[in-house]
Design a protein around this ligand. Structure first.
Ligand code: X5A
Ligand code: ZN
Length: 686
């Protein structure tokens, strides 16, 4: 399978710039590209990416989406003088032309197509194209909102034609509605378009009725256009993740794309003058990580907006880090979606419920506007620091207090969240013979420990006495791997053990002794020994056929689950239940145990493992009692590989399973607030 990340950039695309005064367009500056690229150079990713040269998109490619009349108009601007350029610009909303605009716009198209070719040919697994001018507002016959040609839409059409793709997902996380992309694919069921955008009940640009949640596509394309309108500013990490957990991801996994294109605009990040939202840069690492689990990891991100230069470049950096497979920084702060976000999410789910199996089961009601509460805005810590220019500054405008605050916040924030990447990704202690030969080659295999080494290791942890040392000997392998994770010598690990529950109990105790505050334990199968969970320090989720009697508290959840043996029916539970609980808890480490009589198939377990890698900086210890080599191999791969494998054919959950999830969500949404996906949830049970 392909590996590696493509980075496509050329400073040629800085030639497009505004020649006259225009307060609306002045934020779309060439420095957006240079500062993003400089950041990638400075922080390292440039050296780790594969560099793909750009080219101009040709007329035929542009006409995959645009009319020839419009193409001729854009082409004609090459030779125009300023006066004339201004006149053409005025024909469109929020657009400027420069004599080099046509050249740059063709490069932006070509760069996007080069990226699609690199990924589809298997040269790389994923990649990002840093381009200007952006594309998602551009329509068949019109420039709009700084966009000349619709780079991502052309890339999608190109991928359909050249590679015969039948399902492409476009995720538009720019804070503006990509109405251009919506119009282009509205009637096309082969392209699933998702956009969230600042909307404020149609008061925010481009102020279109069709940006609301009820624009679901037309004709054959009904159900394949997803709009999440944000009706308040201040939306942040938890709101974005809630939209992913409860809207985008379930639908995307059901859709099962062959390629994911991201309209990667960063005006949805903190500090952006357009978006006025609060999502921090590492949020984009999480979003990217989730999308990498689709389409066997084939993901192409193409830059759209983003006007706060520091926020933009930090967020681009976080995206690339994720694409490269680095551990993902933990999100800080309480994870609670705001009521206005939940309301939007509920409405989108209701509008789409007849088109998607994962929604139809969940009788969701439409809602009219109820919310009044606005989101509290993150108060950036004030720290003395030098200040990075914003787009406003780059055009010589006065620099607002807010922007300076964000600047300072980001400077200290990035220092805080960036920890060194462990030198080894996965460590394995495998007992079953021959299994190590089937593991991904980059997994570091630990030698099975002899009794002497075991004792020596254990006495380092527990000096209480020889007696306990003896008892701990079966756990020597596990402790050796766990120790490496805790010391950050490795990122994650996998161990085989004949005594899964006991092993988990020792692991949890050891983590607490080590000083970890929150350890999440997902136990798949029957627990033969009781796991004593320390309230707050551990959260135990048991996925099993027979519910445990002890369960039912906030920190001990029993998910009664029946697997579908042929297909994977765990998608909606993993996305809509496990992830929200896990993100609400914000663990420092995750222990996944697979015990006897598991009710989850190999596909379900790998899916879970891959998704949970976004948490706890990917610090996961997998303990496997079942020595089925295929299972060990799949989990090792999920822990070790950057890109996802196949998680099996999508199956919707059974009525019984759906009922179980609903019940648990109802019981737990006050405690684990990321579970909330309807406004009634926010008020019930309290
Ligand atoms: C690509 C992009 C925004 C246009 C805003 C016009 N365009 N007010 O972010
Ligand atoms: Zn935008």
């Amino acid at each position: 399978m392909a590996s590696g990340t493509a980075l496509i950039y050329d400073s040629e695309m800085t030639r497009h710039r505004l020649l006259w005064e225009d307060p609306i367009c002045e934020i779309e500056v060439p420095e957006r590209l240079t500062s993003s690229y400089e950041q990638l150079k400075h922080r390292g990713p440039v050296q780790r990416c594969m560099h793909v040269p750009i080219r101009e998109g040709n007329e035929e490619e542009i006409m995959l989406v645009h009319s020839s009349e419009y193409l001729q108009i854009v082409k004609s601007t090459q030779k125009m003088a300023e006066e004339e350029l201004r006149r053409v610009s005025e024909n469109y909303d929020a657009v400027y032309f420069h004599p080099d605009t046509y050249h740059c716009a063709k490069l932006a198209v070509g760069a996007s197509l080069q990226l699609v070719d690199s990924v589809m040919s298997g040269k790389v697994c994923n990649g990002i194209a840093l381009v200007r001018p952006p594309g998602h507002h551009s329509q068949r016959a019109a420039a709009n909102g700084f966009c000349i040609f619709n780079n991502v839409a052309i890339a999608a059409e190109y991928a359909k034609r050249k590679y015969g793709l039948q399902r492409i997902l476009i995720v538009d996380w720019d804070i503006h509605h990509g109405q251009g992309t919506q119009y282009i694919f509205e009637e096309d069921p082969s392209v699933l378009y998702f956009s969230w955008h600042r909307y404020e009940h149609q008061q925010f640009w481009p102020m279109l009725r069709e940006s609301d949640y009820d624009a679901i596509g037309r004709g054959k394309g009904k159900g394949f256009n997803i709009n999440v309108p944000w009706n308040k500013t201040g939306m942040g990490n938890s709101d974005y993740l809630a939209a992913f957990f409860h809207v985008l991801l379930p639908l995307a996994f059901e859709f099962d794309p062959e390629l994911v294109l991201v309209s990667a605009g960063y005006d949805s990040g903190i500090g952006d003058p357009e978006g006025q939202m609060t999502a921090t840069p590492e949020c984009f690492a999480h979003l990217t990580h989730f999308l990498m689990q689709l389409a066997k990891g084939k993901l192409c991100a193409v830059l759209e907006g983003g006007y706060h230069l520091k926020s933009l470049s930090d967020s681009v950096f976080m995206t690339v880090k994720s694409l490269l497979g680095d551990p993902i920084p933990q999100l800080s702060g309480e994870m609670v979606p705001c009521i206005s976000a939940v309301e939007s999410i509920q409405n989108v789910r209701a509008a789409h419920k007849t088109y998607w199996k994962c929604l139809i089961q969940e009788d969701i009601g439409l809602l009219q506007d109820l919310s009044t509460k606005s989101h509290s805005v993150v108060e950036p810590e004030l720290l003395q620091s030098s200040v990075h220019p914003t787009a406003e500054q780059a055009v010589g405008k006065s620099y607002s207090d807010e922007a300076i605050k964000t600047e300072r916040f980001l400077k200290s924030h990035m220092k805080k969240i960036l920890s060194p990447v462990p030198p080894v990704k996965t460590s394995a202690a495998i007992v079953s013979t021959g299994a190590e030969n089937l593991l991904p080659i980059s997994v570091q295999v630990e030698k099975e420990m002899d009794t002497k080494n075991c004792k020596a290791l254990i006495s380092r942890f527990y000096s209480e006495g020889v007696k306990e040392n003896e008892a701990l000997i079966p756990f020597g392998n596990m402790l050796a791997v766990l120790d490496k994770i805790l010391r950050k010598e490795v990122c994650n690990g996998i161990v085989e053990s004949a005594v899964g529950s006991l092993c988990a109990a020792v692991a949890l105790k050891h983590c607490t002794d080590f000083g970890l505050q929150r350890v999440l334990c997902i136990f798949v199968g029957e627990m033969d020994t009781e796991l004593s969970v320390e309230d707050g320090k551990n959260l135990l989720v048991n996925i099993c056929q027979k519910p445990s009697e002890k369960a039912g508290s906030k920190y001990f959840i029993s998910l009664n689950w029946k697997e579908d043996t042929e297909r994977n029916n765990f998608f909606s539970a993993a996305l809509g239940f496990i992830l929200p609980v896990a993100y609400s808890y914000q663990p420092d480490l995750i222990v996944i145990v697979v015990g006897p009589n598991r009710s989850l198939g190999i596909n379900g377990i790998s899916l879970l493992t891959s998704l949970l890698k976004g948490l706890a900086e990917s610090r996961i210890l997998a303990v496997i009692q079942d020595t089925e080599i295929k299972l060990v191999q799949s989990v090792a791969k999920a822990l070790n590989k950057v890109s996802a494998h196949d998680f099996g054919v999508y199956a919707s959950a059974s009525q019984e399973n759906v009922r179980e999830i609903k019940l648990l969500r109802h019981q737990l949404q006050q405690e684990w607030k990321m579970l909330q996906c309807s406004v009634a949830d926010c008020f019930s049970g309290s």
